[in-house]
Design a protein around this ligand. Structure first.
Ligand SMILES: Cc1ncc(C[n+]2csc(CCOP(=O)(O)OP(=O)(O)O)c2C)c(N)n1
Ligand SMILES: [Mg+2]
Length: 792
């Protein structure tokens, strides 16, 4: 391949020379960031004083990324494209920083990194330097919506960005190691959901540099034909670019990209003008280039370029080994910086000129700073969708179905602006919010059969049995300035624990970056909850996502457990209007008693926690607290049992919707002040707390509150099976009988009644166990229990 004439391709000799020089400049600046703190243009011989004390960064992937960037620049200019990039091997940070510097975006955003030798020195020094910039593509990197530190999500982010952005092309580099991850492997299927008429295009580039950190990659070691077949099997039209001779590679890359962009244009044309609804075979590129391309070929006699040894810092002994220092100097000189930067260190104008201008520069594209484009949703008045209730506990309702009715309206009102999607791993119907599908349908570009329902090429409900893909699409969609909602079974949301970590980090960091504008919050509805897994059992029982999110920065996370339909409406309305948060809403889908009118619900959700007056006495001797729908019902049922047994017992019922209100104000912005907490949970009064999730969550949140010693929490303690709803409560000791006994045991003046209450408790549990074993259903007095109308 390398003996093909360099002139054989679409680039004129001048353009080719300029593009290669541009690439050299990017490579030079990348190496400089990894090694140098001074002498940025090598105006004097390199000495140890010029070298950073700690050598951090990843060279191996970087020259390939730089190569691609310069080609994308050409495409943007020649074809007047609106293009952003997503870099899977985000550890190639130096390359993207270098390129955004060369195109001028970097200095505009960070004016202290000027376009001269001083600016380059600062650019080098700040990289991987304490209080400088991270070594990866990061929120700090202009033009990026993707961190890439945790591998696997590039392609799914790229598709999320492309949905409903018909004018956008998202160039996406997938590392060949990254391609081995589960999320990435399923992400290729995103092409079955991308509509060429109404969505943008994704340009996937599989960066087949052959290696990961210490191993070859699978895809580099299967026959090329097999790899192409794999890509064809995923529904793509694979193109290949292979080689290591820069001049030849530039020509071939230009040719192959021209062909691929022509393909994309043709696909979009037939869909947009001729109305074709066929699923196209979108082009994708397999780019087989050496890892660490243009870097040291051998170090200490061992091959480096084209091997895994190029992954991080190829010459790691420069501080101690003069030969390494010398080799670094030679390597850097090989890029001929003196031809690329003028005497002041400014990138020479005729090279700088090949980059796009203004917002067309990828570092400046508004789609990569989604908050700039964010338009508020049109949100219908949720009060009009409220469930009418006949007093507390007198009406049953399915909270999520009520929510689905309102979400349908949200969807309809925003269909024209195409900025709202609902995501779910095949659970939208099961979670009972499927009314949202009516009138838009579920996105689907694959084959359909007459038996199918609600599948649509323009659907805005996204269903795929991959929590990773739902999460990744939604993140890409949000980060490019749109809104979304993700409903998931409670137990299986853990599949994306790690992805939500990364998104939380992104949000935390961007809050401190003034030029990154706020984006819509990531909203989760967790339903199909631990307490009501009647036909699924233990595998489907896990409320631990709450614990997981609690570890995140308080600035970023909000957790709500609305006890009924109207509180769910109020909370969700709030979440869809919020910005820069991760909102977790936990709410059941099964028919259940409803407690609050919409006015009461709004008031309750506004304070986040409160005394329910209709269930409470003045001057309480015990507080029955509850958080979550099933625990709320059990707590209230316990109140009726307590009142029947001890009519003069003064009880207060407190319900918590916003979990973070329990934390001290110093820990979370939603935390209520200690004085308020003490009013709700008076010092010295025992609190029996029925909680939806793991009980220690409540202790963790309240351990610094005055009344913490009197707080006794019941929650899920990992007991479960396929059994009746009430038996689940019994197995975990959160049932009404247990809560009743707990209250009697904790109120000092009832000391004499404890023995009898324990006896009564055993009888109730025995009665329950016998009944469920024999009848396979809950006791009628439990199942048909209602909050007494007379108490209203
Ligand atoms: C999910 C995940 N697992 C492991 C790592 C550690 N890691 C960082 S880079 C890398 C190798 C990546 O190889 P590849 O995707 O081929 O990138 P490139 O060769 O372009 O550097 C690994 C395993 C990671 N960042 N993310
Ligand atoms: Mg690789």
């Amino acid at each position: 391949m390398s003996n093909q004439p360099a002139s054989n391709g679409p680039l004129s000799p001048e353009t080719l020379a300029k593009m290669n020089a541009y690439w050299r400049a990017a490579n030079y600046l990348s190496v400089g960031q990894i090694y140098l703190k001074d002498n940025p243009l090598l105006e004097r011989p390199l000495t140890l004083d010029d070298i950073k004390p700690r050598l951090l960064g990843h060279w191996g992937t970087t020259p390939g990324l730089n190569f691609l960037y310069v080609h994308w620049n050409r495409l943007i200019r020649e074809r007047n494209l609106n293009m952003i990039f997503v870099i899977g091997p985000g550890h190639g940070g130096p390359g993207i920083v270098a390129n955004t510097y060369l195109e001028g975006s970097y200095s505009e955003i960070y004016p202290h990194i000027e376009q001269d030798a001083d600016g380059i020195k600062r650019l080098f020094r700040q990289f991987s330097w304490p209080y400088g910039i991270p070594s990866h593509v990061a929120p700090e990197t202009p033009g990026s919506i993707h961190e890439g530190g945790e591998l696997g999500y590039s392609l799914v982010h790229a598709y999320g960005a492309a949905f409903d952005n018909p004018g956008l092309i998202v160039a996406c580099v997938v590392g060949d190691g990254e391609a081995e991850t589960g999320p990435l492997a399923s992400s290729w299927h995103s092409n079955k959901f991308l509509n060429p008429a109404t969505d943008g295009a994704v340009l996937p580039i599989l960066h087949l540099n052959g290696y990961k950190i210490a191993n070859p990659t699978i895809l580099a070691r299967i026959p090329h034909a097999e790899l192409e077949d794999l890509m064809r099997g995923y529904g793509y039209e694979p193109f290949t670019l292979e080689g290591d001779d820069p001049a030849v590679m530039h020509q071939q890359a230009a040719a192959v990209f021209d062909t691929m962009l022509d393909r994309i244009a043709a696909i979009q044309k037939v869909a947009r003008e001729a109305g074709s609804t066929d699923r196209p075979a979108w082009p994708m590129l397999i780019m087989r280039t050496p890892k660490g391309w243009t870097g040291p070929k051998f170090v200490d006699g061992k091959p480096v370029e084209g091997t895994w040894r190029a992954h991080q810092v190829p010459l790691d002994g420069v501080r101690t080994n003069p030969a390494h220092l010398h080799q670094l100097e030679e390597w850097m000189h090989s890029y001929k910086a003196e031809e690329l930067f003028d005497e002041k260190g400014k990138f020479i104008a005729e090279l700088a000129d090949i980059a796009p201008k203004g917002r067309q520069r990828m570092g400046m594209n508004a789609h990569a700073n989604g908050g700039l484009l964010l338009q508020p949703l049109t949100i219908p008045h949720f009060r009009e969708f409220a469930l009418k209730i006949e007093g507390p506990g007198q009406t049953d309702g399915e909270a999520t179905r009520v929510l689905g009715h309102w979400l349908h309206s949200v969807m309809q009102l925003n269909l024209d602006s195409k900025n709202f999607r609902v995501f779910g791993p095949d659970e939208t119907a099961s979670n009972r919010i499927d009314e949202v599908e009516v009138g838009t349908g579920k996105a689907w570009m694959a084959e359909t059969l007459p038996v199918d329902e609600n599948l649509s090429e323009t659907g805005h409900v996204m269903e795929v049995l991959s929590e990773h893909m739902c999460q990744g699409w939604l993140e890409g969609y949000l980060l490019t300035g749109r809104h979304g909602f993700f409903s998931c079974y409670e137990a299986f949301i853990h599949i994306v624990d790690s992805m939500v970590n990364q998104h939380a980090k992104w949000l935390k960091t961007t809050r401190e970056i003034p030029w990154r504008k706020p984006i819509a919050s990531l909203n989760y509805l967790l339903t199909s909850l631990v307490w009501r897994q009647d036909h699924n059992g233990f595998s489907h029982q896990d409320p631990g996502f709450i614990d997981h999110l609690l570890n995140k920065k308080a600035d970023v996370v909000r957790i709500y457990l609305p006890p009924d339909a109207n509180t769910l409406l109020s909370v969700t309305d709030h979440c869809l209007r919020s910005r820069n948060y991760i909102n977790l809403i936990v709410a059941g889908k099964q028919p259940a008693p409803q407690w609050l009118t919409i006015d009461e619900a709004v008031e309750h959700c506004t304070t986040g926690l409160g005394i329910w007056p209709w269930a409470s006495d003045d001057n309480p001797e015990v507080v029955m607290a509850c958080c979550g729908d099933v625990p709320t019902m059990e707590a209230l049922a316990a109140v009726t049992l307590l009142r029947a047994r001890i009519p003069d017992l003064r009880i207060r019922v407190v319900n918590v919707v916003d979990l973070m209100t329990l934390q001290p104000t110093s820990e979370h912005p939603h935390g209520i002040p200690d004085e308020e907490f003490d009013q709700v949970f008076p010092v010295g009064i025992p609190v029996i707390f029925a909680f939806h999730g793991y009980p220690w969550v409540i202790h963790r949140l309240t351990y610094r509150r005055h009344n913490h010693d009197n707080l006794h929490v019941r929650g899920y303690k990992e007991e479960g099976t396929t059994t009746t709803p009430f038996d689940m409560c019994v197995l975990n000791n959160i049932d009404r009988f247990q809560l009743t006994l707990d209250a009697i045991k904790r109120v000092p003046r009832l000391k004499d009644q404890v023995d009898a209450a324990e006896q009564w408790y055993s009888e109730q549990i025995q009665r329950h166990k016998l009944y469920v074993s024999e009848n396979g259903d809950d006791l009628p007095d439990v199942k048909n229990w209602r909050w007494p109308a007379t108490n209203i």
